[in-house]
Design a protein around this ligand. Sequence first.
Ligand SMILES: C[S@@+](CC[C@H](N)C(=O)[O-])C[C@H]1O[C@@H](n2cnc3c(N)ncnc32)[C@H](O)[C@@H]1O
Length: 250
Amino acid sequence: MDPATNPYESDELLQQYLVFHYASGPEQFPYALGGADALDFPRRCAQEGLDLSKLPAGARALDLGCAVGRSSFELARVCGEVIGIDYSQAFIDAGNRLVAEGRHPATRLDEGSVTTKLVVEVDAQIERSRVRFEQGDAQHLRDDIGQFDCIIACNLICRLPEPLRLLQRLPELLKPGGQLFITTPFTWLETYTPPENWLGDGAQDSFAGLRRALEPHFKLDARWDMPFLIREHARKFQYSIAQASRWFRA
Ligand SMILES: C[S@@+](CC[C@H](N)C(=O)[O-])C[C@H]1O[C@@H](n2cnc3c(N)ncnc32)[C@H](O)[C@@H]1O
């Protein structure tokens, strides 16, 4: 996608994702109403998506479509090396600033043109030097990227023109016994993915298509629903329910 028209290069989505990934619960959703169960999605992906008890010491992790990097930092609590890759240079620049400085300014939209200035931070317990962010295309990863003990791809596949191209590369990227965690709301849109590439025979059954692409190289370990909440402004939120699945490399 052309950087000039890619929404993930815009300042609007950069600020929205800094808030989504790093702002506290009350900063994002200051209501005692339904919705709070969907907060903290990037942290939950890293901590609940993988079976952490089965990761080797010093594990090597890959976070595909990492955006501004919260899941990558959370993976660094248990992994020795984490590479976060995203197509958006603006998101990767923010991730690299968080590696270097541990904090980043963010602008939260409240109402109309009214905003609140925040400073979002990486938890000081996290060893930030374990994380490296790179701009790149998940469908065309560099040849020398090596193999991983775990890979996560959260809400990425329905943003790719050719999701199968990534899914077919995954077996060679994961070590035997390695873990793969994928979430997706299967929000297929022609602006990102031509309909003939929607998984599951044109999204008749997207999960069946995902399964067909991953088996027999991967064994399904668990499948569940994961809500996530993205704040647009103080009174408008996107509440989505991703399909989460954990797979082991055969
Ligand atoms: C819906 S967001 C999800 C971000 C993050 N994983 C999360 O769960 O918050 C999709 C992300 O995929 C990135 N992306 C889109 N196409 C990509 C590609 N070809 N390769 C890598 N990242 C891509 C976007 O820039 C964006 O950061």
